[in-house]
Design a protein around this ligand. Structure first.
Ligand SMILES: Nc1ncnc2c1ncn2[C@@H]1O[C@H](COP(=O)(O)OP(=O)(O)OP(=O)(O)O)[C@@H](O)[C@H]1O
Ligand SMILES: Nc1ncnc2c1ncn2[C@@H]1O[C@H](COP(=O)(O)OP(=O)(O)OP(=O)(O)O)[C@@H](O)[C@H]1O
Ligand SMILES: [Mg+2]
Ligand SMILES: [Mg+2]
Lengths: 254, 254
C-alpha cells in the first residue's frame, strides 16, 4: 500500500522540487515503485524529469478541475519504477477554481485512492504557498517532508507552516505526520549555514534528517538537461546526498 | 505624484524581498520619499526592516480585508524618507477571502490612492504566486520589476508571468509597464549564471538592468539583524549593487 509523501514549504526557492525529483529518482533506482505528482503551476518537477518522460496525455489540472480519471494522467518514464503525473500552466487558475468546488480539499485524495495500490511511494511536489493545492497535498499525504534552505528568511515561515499542518491534522487528515525536516543548500564555508542548522536542530531535534544537502551546482544544472542529478552526474555530491537521504526516508516511512 | 513599483515573480526564492528591501533603503538615503508595502504572508520584508520600524498599529491585512484606513497601517521608520506598511501571517487567508469581495482586484489600488501623493516611490513586495495579492499589486502598479535568479528553473515561469501581465494590462491596468528585469544571485564562477544571463538578455534586450546583483552572503545575513545590507555592511558588494541598481531605476521611472 503506497505511502504518500509531500514536499512542502510556502517559502519560495528552498529546494522542494529539487528534493522531490531527486528523491523520486533515487527511489526508482532502488526498485521502489514510485509516482511523482507535480502540483506546482510552474511545472518545474515536470521539466526536471522531461528527458525521461515517454508520453503525456492528461495532467493534474484535468484530474483536479475537469474530473478526468487520474489513470489517464499517469505518464510512464524510461524507468519501470518511476511514473509521473505532470503539471501544466493552467494550474495557476486552480487555486481560485477549487474554492467553489464541493469538498475542494479532498479532490486529490479521492483521485489518488484509485491508484495508490500500484505504488510503494507517491511523491507530491507543491507550490510555494499554503493555498488549496498545498492543502490538497496535506490532506492526501501520510507524511510530509519540510525542505529548509540554510538561510535566515527560511526560518521565518516555519511557525505558519506548522500551524497549517496542525489545522489539517485536526480537520482534514488526522493521520498526517512530519516524516522529517531536510536542510538544503548547505554551504560549510558560511557561518549562516551552520547557525541555521543549529537553530533548526534545536527546534526539530531528531526530526531533522542526518543527511544535509550541500550546495552543489550540478543540482541546478541538471534541470536544464531534463534529468535528475543521478543521471546527469552520478558522482556529484548532490546525487550522493539525495541517495543517502532516500535511505533515511525509507527507514522512516516504511 | 508617487510611482508605484511592484517586485513580482511567481518563482520562489528569486530575490523579490531582498531587492524590494534594499532598493527601498537606497531610495531613502537618496532622499526619495519611499513607502514599502509587504504583500507577502511570510512578512519577510517586514522582518528585513524590523530594526528600523518605530511602531506598527495596523497592517496590510486590515486594509485589504477589514477595510481599515490605510493611513492607520503606515508605520514610520528611523529614516524620515522611509515608511512601511507591514504584513502579517493572517494574510495567508487573504487569497481565499478576497475571492468573494466586490472589485477584489482593486482593493489595494483604491487604498493606495489616498496616500500616493505623500511619496515619490511606493514599492510593493509580492508573494511567490500569481494569485489575488499579486494581481492587486499589478493592478495598482505603474511599473513592475522582475527579479530573475541566475538558475535554469527561474527561466521556466517567465512566459506564464508575462501572460498574466498582458491580461492585467488588457483588463485591469492599461498603463502597466515593465520597468526592468533584474538578474539576481549572479555567480561569475558558474557557467550556468552566464548562460542564464545570455538567455534573458536575448529575450528582454534593453529591459535588462545593466546592474547584476552578485551572490553575496552579506545580503542573506542582513535580515537576521532586521536591517538592509546598506546598514548592515555598507561596503559589501550587495549594498553597492543595490545602490547602483537604484540609480538605474530612478532613471527609468522618474
Ligand atoms: N543543493 C542545491 N545546490 C545548488 N542549487 C540548488 C540546490 N537545491 C536547489 N537548487 C537550485 O535552487 C533553486 C531553487 O530550488 P527549487 O526550485 O528546487 O526550490 P523550490 O522550493 O521548489 O522553489 P519554488 O518555491 O519556486 O517551488 C533552483 O534553481 C535549483 O536548481
Ligand atoms: N544576491 C544574493 N546573494 C546571496 N543571497 C541572496 C541574494 N539575494 C537573496 N538572497 C537570499 O536568498 C534567499 C531568497 O531571497 P528572497 O527571500 O529575497 O527571495 P524571494 O523571491 O523574496 O522569495 P519568496 O519567493 O519566498 O518571496 C533569501 O534567504 C535571501 O537572503
Ligand atoms: Mg518548486
Ligand atoms: Mg519574498
Amino acid at each position: 500500500m503506497g505511502k504518500i509523501l509531500a514536499f512542502i514549504n510556502q517559502k519560495g526557492g528552498v529546494g522542494k522540487t529539487t528534493s522531490a525529483v531527486n528523491v523520486a529518482m533515487s527511489l526508482a533506482v532502488s526498485e521502489v515503485k514510485t509516482l511523482i505528482v507535480d502540483l506546482d503551476p510552474q511545472s518545474n518537477a515536470t521539466t526536471g524529469l522531461s528527458e525521461l518522460i515517454e508520453e503525456t496525455q492528461k495532467n493534474i489540472y484535468d484530474v483536479l478541475i475537469r474530473g478526468t480519471d487520474i489513470k489517464e494522467a499517469v505518464a510512464k518514464t524510461q524507468f519501470s519504477h518511476l511514473d509521473i503525473i505532470p503539471s501544466t500552466h493552467d494550474l495557476v487558475g486552480a487555486e481560485i477554481e477549487l474554492v467553489s468546488i464541493m469538498a475542494r480539499e479532498y479532490q486529490l485524495k479521492t483521485a489518488l485512492k484509485t491508484i495508490v495500490r500500484r505504488y510503494d511511494i507517491i511523491i507530491l511536489d507543491c507550490p510555494p504557498s499554503l493555498g488549496l493545492l498545498t492543502i490538497n497535498a496535506l490532506t492526501s499525504a501520510h507524511a510530509l517532508i519540510i525542505p529548509i534552505q540554510c538561510e535566515y528568511y527560511a526560518l521565518e515561515g516555519l511557525s505558519q507552516l506548522l500551524n497549517t499542518v496542525r489545522l489539517v491534522q485536526r480537520h482534514l487528515n488526522r493521520n498526517l505526520v512530519i516524516a522529517g525536516v531536510l536542510m538544503t543548500m548547505y554551504d560549510s564555508r558560511l557561518n549562516l549555514s551552520k547557525q541555521v542548522v543549529e537553530e533548526v536542530k534545536g527546534y526539530f531535534k531528531d526530526k531533522l534528517f542526518k543527511t544535509l544537502i550541500y550546495r552543489n551546482v550540478r543540482l541546478s544544472e541538471a534541470p536544464s538537461f531534463g534529468k535528475p542529478a543521478l543521471l546527469y552526474d552520478a558522482n556529484s555530491s548532490g546525487a550522493k546526498n539525495y541517495l543517502s537521504l532516500t535511505e533515511e526516508i525509507l527507514q522512516r516511512v516504511s
